[in-house]
Write a protein that binds this ligand. Sequence first.
Ligand code: NAD
Length: 337
Amino acid sequence: MVSVAINGYGTIGKRVADAVAAQKDMKIVGVSKTRPDFEARMALKKGYDLYISIPEREKLFQEAGIEISGTVEDMIDEADIIVDATPEGIGAKNLKMYREKGIKAIFQGGEKHEDIGLSFNSFTNYDDSLGADYTRVVSCNTTGLCRTLKPIDDLCGIKKVRAVMVRRAADPAQVKKGPINAIVPNPPTVPSHHGPDLKTVMYGININTVALLVPTTLMHQHNIMVELENPVDIEEIKEELNKTSRVMLVKASEGLASTAEIMEYARELGRPRNDLYEIAVWEESLNIVDGELYYMQAVHQEADAVPESVDAIRALLELEEDNKKSIEKTNKAMGIL
Ligand code: NAD
């Protein structure tokens, strides 16, 4: 049983904490908070020891009656590995502390590949992180691209991908982010960072992406066009995606015609926080025209890369040499379809 600490208990951190706690071969030894807010209280209620990332704020926690077990540095001393889920850019700064402490660490997609040196996806390049000290789980959008493009590449080869990424403007709890009344090309330049990011885990893939922000909080939506290497029947593609782990085909004709309805489906599944770890591909959107495959998919940004963080722990600590075995263990513990 390995000991895992979560530095940054926010949208991603709290989900990774619960996912880790559900595994048989790992346990949570602590989570860190910057403020004594409701999430800090909830973490204690769940039985996670709480550590503070800003030691000067100890008094605030005391005044709020929230018990802390020490600082982030104390938490690191208790752990075999850190999952850093701090906001974009802070993880790279924390790397220095992890190096000094001699602890392995997993970072999230907000960090730059160059700052961490290695990126991770459970399906495309698990082996490269075996025994490594640090790796970065690619972003929610890049994880979504990996999940569906990898099985298609394995089935019939990919010549070139073009993808249009329609991104949620903010997560549901983010009250200060927008836009609330605009469609924003983001970035307005081509390509967006998603294509280059995919190349950090799916080597040699020829891809270009453009991205825009829209006023929604629920999910991202991707429109993907794939020039195929070898001829294939659309039914074979459907079959392949159907049997791919962490991917699900959904039918607009069955009432799942939008991201809102897909999130409603996640609520019906009774998942914690209504999380949808799987990438939802609209079955009706799958079509091949002149040797080019078209499809549309939806990505629950708060949840889809969480199982990948669990697999990354197994890779770095060499708990499982075979990615398929890790994926199976993670899926079983998290109830993934
Ligand atoms: P978040 O703001 O919801 O959570 C970050 C947490 O870290 C907060 O609780 C914050 O208080 C805490 N924190 C801030 N500074 C800290 C510090 N110095 N030390 C320790 N904790 C600190 O952010 P998030 O959405 O969970 O994003 C975390 C990472 O995951 C980012 O790299 C982000 O790009 C990536 N990511 C986010 C999403 C998403 O949709 N939210 C999806 C995939 C990846």
